[in-house]
Every structure is written in structure tokens, then in C-alpha cells.
Design a protein around this ligand. Structure first.
Ligand code: GDD
Ligand code: MG
Length: 351
């Protein structure tokens, strides 16, 4: 059994952050996003993984390489032009064996993957999909099942009148690899609109596994911020790379001066410096090498590597990219998303 992670999207809705860092490697608190999917896959013994990429492959390679450092074997299936979700999996075929796990590269979940794989084996299904209930299915792929849990119908991005159930495709599949040959090679093809409905038309058994735990698609700034609140708040459990302190985590290589105020939950990563009189938290993440000067306040925000928040600046509800400088007494307010190298001059405010 091997896995394919679909990571070919441009991350349009997370721009400008994804202009210089593709979505698969954006940090979630203290580690690149796809690390979580690799961790989930190791629970079913899958350590050989194909990253299916169509955008900035070198930047992803720079982070994960061939996987040796993290005890994995990572292959890269790079598309010259995006092949769609189905075409991309088909393109990874040379790296696969009998059974394949496919992950959409933008979902974070604590699904019980061993149970999904077991269900796939026991049921004899050609494909088993993880479904999850959401309050508004219209932005997703709706999946209808019968009483026995077999998939009956797919409605990708349903119109309001087509919403017949709250269970959507969670973007995680276990497939008999031989079925992938039903897809056309080197052609743009959708797994949701083409491949799965095609299996049903042939009368193949397509099974479902309903997951009711944590699940989120990180594709928008609001969701990306929400993931951080969830990790800090323990709703998505991760052992963070730091020491617990004042209701948050401080990395051993961070420097928090006496007189700095830490309000949990928060994460202060390696190389960060928080000066006396600064306030960090609640729900603040400083990924690494971030400087927070005297009197500055950061709450409900994520600040990436190498940024500096100067004296008396205020950052709230904001995503602050790499090497940003927020000047003295300046402010970044809810909804602000600042791309790499942004300089907010002293006393400026974003809203
Ligand atoms: N390699 C490659 N090539 N990857 C691709 C391509 C492509 O051409 N197109 C999309 N992907 C990757 C994206 O990077 C993402 O990780 C995943 O495939 C799904 O694509 P999205 O563009 O994020 O689709 P979506 O979120 O609108 O819908 C999909 O995910 C929902 C769950 O989040 C569908 O699978 C829905 O049915 C599902 O409910
Ligand atoms: Mg998505």
C-alpha cells in the first residue's frame, strides 16, 4: 500500500502567502502542513508517498527532499500542466502497488485511517471514501449513501436545491490501484466528477466511511487561522515542539524576557524574541525567528519566520507572512493578510 497526496493546486485563496510558499508546505504552528498527513499515513504503515505537484515543485522539494531525513520515501509526480484530481492520481500510477490511499493535500483531520483501510479490505469495495458531515456542503462534493453505507451518488459543488444530505467527500480515498487504469492517461480528468461516478455506472462497489471527528480544508485565510486556534486549543491534538508554559508553548530556543506577558494559548517558536512589556496571545503563533518588541501586542494571529513587530504595534486577527516588518505603533487588524517582505510603516494601520 502506498499513498498519493494531491498537492497541485495554486492555493489561490491563500494569496499572497502562497505566492512564495506553496500550500503543502505552509506551516501549521511548528511544522509544514503535509507533515500531518504523513503522520496519519504512518499509522497504517505507509511510508512511501507520491507528492503530486503542479506548482512550485522545487519549493516543496526543498522542504521534504526525498523524505529520508524524516524516515519516508517521497516521490514527486510533477505535471507540466495541471491534470485535475483524477489525471494527477493516474499520473502517479508508475509509483504505486496494489492498494492506494489518496489524500487531498489541503485537509487536516484526525480520521481513524486504520479503520478506513480495514473497512476497505473487509467490504471488498473497489474504492472507499471518507465522508464527513459539514454544516454547509455547497463548497464541497456531496456524497449520498444507502442504508448499508454504499455510495449511491456524487454531486460535486451542489446547488442549494441539490443538497439532500450533510455528508461530503472529505478528500481521502482508499482505492484498488487497478481501477485507476479506467482513467484516461495524460488527460485533465476529475476524480470526483469522472472517476467515481464512472465506477458507480459500472456497478462497482464504492464504500463510505463516515468520520465525525476533526476535519477542515485549510484553503482560506479564515480556515488557516482557525486551524491554529484548533491546534492551540487542543481540538486537533499535536505534541508541539516546545515546552508548556503559562497555558501555551515556548520553544527551548526562544527568548522571552522577564516582564513579557504571555496569555494562553500561544506558541513561540525557535529563535523568537519577545521583549519585556510585549504581550503575546491568546491564540498567537510565532513560527520562528520572530521579534516582538516592547509594548507590541499580538493576538489571534499567525506570524511567519523572520518577521518583526516593532514597539507598541498591534497585530490582531492577521496572517503575517515571512520577513514582514510592522512598524512602531502600527496595526494589522482582523482580515489582514500580509505577503512576504511587506513593510507597514510606523503609525500606519491596515484598517
Ligand atoms: N496534482 C494536482 N493536479 N493536484 C490538484 C489538481 C491538479 O490538477 N487540482 C487540484 N489538486 C489538488 C489540490 O491541491 C487539493 O489539494 C486537492 O487536489 C483538491 O482540490 P481543491 O481545488 O482544493 O478542490 P475542492 O476543495 O474545491 O474540492 C475537493 O475537496 C473537497 C474537500 O475539501 C473535492 O474533492 C470535493 O469533493 C471535496 O468535498
Ligand atoms: Mg480544497
Amino acid at each position: 500500500m502506498k499513498a498519493v497526496i494531491l498537492a497541485g493546486g495554486e492555493g489561490t485563496r491563500l494569496r499572497p502567502l502562497t505566492l512564495t510558499l506553496p500550500k503543502p508546505v505552509v506551516p501549521v504552528v511548528d511544522r509544514p502542513f503535509l507533515t500531518h498527513q504523513l503522520d496519519l499515513l504512518s499509522r497504517v504503515g505507509v511510508t512511501e508517498v507520491v507528492f503530486s505537484i503542479a506548482y512550485q515543485p522545487d519549493r516543496v522539494r526543498r522542504v521534504f527532499g526525498d523524505g529520508e531525513r524524516i524516515g519516508r520515501r517521497i516521490h514527486y509526480a510533477v505535471e507540466e500542466t495541471p491534470l485535475g484530481t483524477g489525471g494527477a492520481v493516474r499520473n502517479a500510477l508508475p509509483f504505486l502497488d496494489d492498494t492506494t490511499i489518496v489524500f487531498n493535500g489541503d485537509v487536516l483531520t484526525d480520521v481513524d485511517l486504520p479503520a478506513v483501510v480495514e473497512r476497505h479490505r473487509v467490504s471488498g469495495a473497489r474504492a472507499t471514501l471518507v465522508l464527513t458531515p459539514v454544516s454547509n456542503p455547497s463548497a464541497y462534493g456531496l456524497v449520498e449513501t444507502d442504508a448499508a453505507g454504499r455510495v449511491q451518488r456524487f454531486i460535486e459543488k451542489p446547488q442549494p436545491s441539490q443538497i439532500t444530505t450533510d455528508t461530503i467527500n472529505a478528500g481521502i480515498y482508499v482505492l484498488d490501484t487497478s481501477s485507476l487504469e479506467l482513467m484516461p492517461a495524460a488527460t485533465n480528468y476529475s476524480i470526483e466528477r469522472g472517476f467515481f461516478p464512472g465506477l458507480l455506472e459500472r456497478g462497482d462497489h464504492v464504500g463510505a466511511f463516515v468520520h465525525r471527528g476533526y476535519w477542515i480544508d485549510i484553503g482560506t485565510p479564515e480556515k488557516y487561522l482557525q486551524v491554529h486556534r484548533d491546534v492551540l486549543g487542543g481540538r486537533f491534538p499535536v505534541a508541539l515542539d516546545g515546552r508548556p508554559r503559562d497555558g501555551g508553548w515556548v520553544h527551548p530556543e526562544a527568548r522571552v524576557e522577564e516582564g513579557a506577558e504571555l496569555v494562553g494559548p500561544f506558541y513561540v517558536g525557535p529563535g523568537c524574541q519577545v521583549r519585556a512589556g510585549a504581550r503575546v496571545g491568546p491564540d498567537a503563533v510565532l513560527t520562528r525567528d520572530v521579534a516582538v518588541e516592547r509594548g507590541a501586542r499580538i493576538a489571534d494571529s499567525v506570524v511567519w519566520e523572520g518577521s518583526r513587530i516593532a514597539e507598541d504595534a498591534a497585530v490582531e486577527g492577521a496572517l503575517v507572512g515571512t520577513s514582514v516588518r510592522i512598524g512602531r505603533n502600527a496595526s494589522a487588524r482582523p482580515g489582514a493578510v500580509l505577503g512576504e517582505g511587506t513593510h507597514i510603516t510606523d503609525h500606519s494601520r491596515t484598517a
